[in-house]
Design a protein around this ligand. Structure first.
Ligand code: C2O
Ligand code: CU
Length: 485
């Protein structure tokens, strides 16, 4: 029913969408960040990640359970929670039910040693069915992260092979709630209890193949109770393989307090573009008891309700909404004056010649390196793999360890690309299309035709992937790596 209130929020949503076409966040000034946290001498947290098929039902959807691929027997997705300074030892056992289905785990956004980065062939052998692999590292940063397979990702991630990783220690004052919201679609036929194709040539050459079922924490439009009238932290993670969302909160004031795990001085949220793999931490003033607020996606001129927040219990706060900021991140500041500038162009590569090369190269020992036989995309005129599947292509660039770089990331295509760097975190300085505050990020969303400057200190030695996180784009050529030596 269209009540007056719903109508008003709908009208506001339209206004907000129009505003976002110009790129938009609010502009009110805000409280400054707390001092960066120092890692303590932590404990060791040991987890078992048993990659296997499990029949799981997605919440509130009806239909039959799905043959999901997950890391544990609990509710999807599993969550690992550490304090800053804690060591994670994660033992991956590959029990996937298909011959030759290798896997690995990439710890997205974590600045870890290269040999823990989980990219098969580049930094580790792929983990064969029946085999075990141990990851062992101390995450150097607080924040909201996730981990996922880096092999046959379109299907393995499509079936759910991922988890959440939270590193605590970034608050200046406690919030009234701290809730993780994992956003994603599923490629499913719910009635049949079966997945539909995760990848289509048409999708791969365009914006990607969208799923048919939207969920938050594995449930369609769930009700999420929050303590009434509280300052509640919501950690949004877009774990979808394809979809770029335009996130808004209706019925409650909200600010952005972190992007990709790294704090920013709070800015009011009107709408925020959240591409695959991107995270944003919000603080909302939750509704009073029995009140309702909504999480919505306003992308492409539509309005999709993703979840409902309800106020529960007695009011936590009566003060004006001015939520506490987080502590500053620990990402090294690039030296812009001395930085070396490099251009990276992201483009379609749909030429007959490239296609022929890729099609000839199907199969072979590198076939499992998350690539398919088709090549639709490239970086700097080089689709991955450049020279067939028998060996890795050369790096896109060799960077000098300790030097600062400014990458000019140019999207020369008609589709959007969330560009992810491994092992480092960019400082996004400016871009030509959508306005964002200067912020740290491991995944820069480039709109069609957009150019962005992203700076960082190449302080982590090794070979690090640079790729689009629309998985179909990644797997059809928009992937390369940087060597820091
Ligand atoms: Cu989240 Cu190389 O990826
Ligand atoms: Cu892309």
């Amino acid at each position: 029913m269209l009540t007056r209130r719903r109508f008003t929020t709908g009208a506001l949503a339209i206004a907000a969408t129009v505003a976002l076409a110009r790129g938009s966040i609010g502009s009110a000034p805000s409280r400054t960040l707390g001092p960066a946290p120092a890692p303590r001498d932590g404990r060791t947290v040991a987890v078992d990640l048993i990659a296997a098929e499990r029949l799981l039902a997605l919440g509130g959807i009806g239909g039959k359970p799905l043959p999901m691929w997950t890391f544990d027997d609990g509710t999807w997705p599993m969550t690992i929670r550490l304090g800053l300074g804690d060591r994670l030892t994660a033992t991956l056992a590959n029990r996937l039910p298909r011959e030759g289905e290798t896997t690995s785990i990439h710890w997205h956004g974590i600045r870890l040693p290269n040999d823990q980065d989980g990219v098969p062939y580049l930094v580790q052998a792929p983990v064969a069915p029946g085999a075990i692999h141990r990851y062992d590292f101390v995450p150097p940063d607080t924040g909201t992260f996730f981990f996922h397979t880096h092999c046959n990702s379109v299907e393995q991630l499509g079936r759910g092979l991922m988890g959440v990783l939270i590193v605590d220690g970034d608050t200046t004052e406690p919030y009234d709630a701290d809730t993780v919201l994992v956003l994603r679609d599923w490629h499913v036929d719910a009635a049949a209890g079966a997945f539909t194709p995760f990848m289509t040539p048409r999708g791969a050459g365009r914006a990607g193949t969208y799923g048919s079922l939207r969920t938050v924490n594995g449930a369609a439009d769930p009700e999420i109770p929050l303590p009434a009238s509280g300052d509640c932290r919501l950690r949004l993670i877009n774990t979808d393989t394809t979809r770029i969302m335009l996130i808004g909160v209706e019925g409650a004031p909200a600010v952005i307090v972190a992007i990709d795990g790294v704090a920013i001085a709070p800015v009011p949220l009107s709408s925020w573009l959240l591409g695959p793999a991107m995270r944003v931490d919000l603080v909302v003033r939750s509704p009073p008891e029995k009140g309702v607020a909504r999480l919505v996606d306003r992308a492409n001129g539509q309005r999709v309700e993703l979840a409902r927040f309800t106020g529960a219990g007695r009011a936590q706060r009566r003060s004006r909404f001015a939520p506490a900021p987080l502590r500053a991140g620990r990402i090294p500041e690039p030296d812009l004056a001395s930085a070396t500038r490099i251009e990276f162009t992201f483009h379609a590569s749909e030429t007959g010649a490239l296609r022929a090369v890729a099609e000839n190269a199907a199969g072979g020992p590198l076939g499992a390196l998350c690539t398919s036989a088709r090549t639709f995309w490239g970086i700097n005129e080089r689709p991955w793999p450049e020279r067939g599947h028998s060996r890795l292509p050369p790096p896109l660039a060799v960077l000098e360890r300790g030097r600062s770089y400014v990458f000019r990331l140019k999207n020369r295509s008609e589709f959007s690309h969330p560009i992810h760097i491994h092992g480092h975190t960019f400082k996004l300085l400016r871009s030509t299309k959508h306005k964002r505050p200067v912020h740290f990020t491991d995944t820069v969303l480039l709109l069609p035709g957009e150019e962005a400057d992203a700076a960082f200190v190449a302080d982590n030695p090794g070979d690090w992937m640079l790729h689009c996180h629309v998985i179909e784009h990644q797997e059809t050529g928009m992937m390369g790596y940087l060597r820091v030596a």
